[in-house]
Write a protein that binds this ligand. Structure first.
Ligand code: CP
Ligand code: NVA
Length: 305
């Protein structure tokens, strides 16, 4: 039996820890004779309606290293880009491949794909969440800190897909997360309710310093996500004071880990000196996309329960 990975909640708390353990094993065995190839002979369709560097390459390489064949489908040049219904794409792709990953503009499209696909569907970024990235972020924190619990997490900036997935993680793992977002740019309210119901200590504040103070992990992302390009100028204004600068980082704990899913806009949401500085773990984070992609693909395809 297969299962979808549309959000971290699809894994649940136990499944999330299982995924991180599995990603650690893939990290440890990569390039060795012990590297497993559990998807030998299978194929995975990686569908992208939006641009991607990390997600596309990490998924393609992950599929290949697991012994399977990746088929990348970009909306430009495919029938998806010409308006073929997602329900039809779901049923057709399921006749060919063993899993489908989708990066899309709308959460609704992702859910429709999952509803109509027999193959498991993995969310490679939607407007609501970016769970594959969160797996990488959590793996990086756990590897460097040796744990996820008992740390104080901060989010600075837009209440976007990344912020939503951090909130979901806080609910599932029960950690303390403070998000500093400008008024009008809050995360999805239902994500907040769900995380709090699960025991996540999630707060929204308006002062980035308040969120950064005492933080062990400080994350940020672009002010304008893909699809919001026209709002760039208005957002630059709204997010004034929400840049992760050296001054802001000085309020966090000395050993704070600064994270950014990338791509980054130096001088906007993050100062170049912070991104390139000693507290930045962004390149480890990017590498972790590969190990965690393997874990998620195997989890989705090889589930037998
Ligand atoms: N972090 C991330 O998802 O990067 P890409 O947009 O390059 O895939
Ligand atoms: N919030 C960003 C993340 C990119 C990986 C976006 O959706 O464009």
């Amino acid at each position: 039996m297969s299962r979808d990975f549309l959000s971290l909640s699809d894994a649940g708390t136990h499944g999330l820890v299982e995924l991180l353990d599995s990603a650690d094993r893939f990290r440890a065995t990569r390039g060795t004779t012990d590297a497993p190839k559990p998807l030998l002979g299978k194929s995975v369709a990686c569908v992208f309606e939006k641009a991607s560097t990390r997600t596309r390459i990490s998924l393609e390489v992950a599929v290949f290293e697991l012994g399977a064949h990746p088929v990348v489908l970009l909306s430009a040049g495919s029938q998806i880009g010409r308006g073929e219904p997602v329900e039809d794409t779901a049923r057709v792709l399921s006749r060919y491949v063993h899993a489908i990953t989708l990066r899309t503009f709308s959460q609704k499209a992702l859910e429709l794909l999952a509803e109509h696909a027999e193959a498991p569907v993995l969310n490679a970024l939607s407007d609501l969440g970016h769970p594959l990235q969160l797996l990488a972020d959590l793996q990086t924190v756990r590897r460097i800190r040796g744990k996820l619990e008992g740390l104080r997490y901060a989010w600075i900036g837009d209440g976007n897909n990344m912020a939503n997935s951090w909130i979901e993680a806080a609910g599932l793992l029960g950690f303390e997360l403070t998000l500093a977002c400008p008024e009008g740019y809050d995360p999805d309210p239902s994500m907040l309710v769900e995380a709090r119901d699960r025991g996540g200590r999630v707060r929204i504040v308006r002062d980035p310093r308040e969120a950064a103070t005492g933080a062990d992990v400080l994350s940020t992302d672009v002010f304008a996500s893909m699809g919001q390009e026209e709002e760039q100028a208005a957002r630059l204004e709204a997010f004034a004071g929400f840049s992760v600068t050296e001054e802001l980082v000085s309020h966090a704990n000395d050993d704070v880990m600064v994270l950014h899913c990338l791509p980054a806009h130096r001088g906007e949401e993050i100062a170049a000196g912070v991104l390139e500085g000693p507290r930045s773990f962004v390149w480890d984070q990017a590498e972790a996309r590969l190990h965690t992609a393997k874990a998620a693909l195997v989890w989705a395809i090889e589930h037998d329960g």
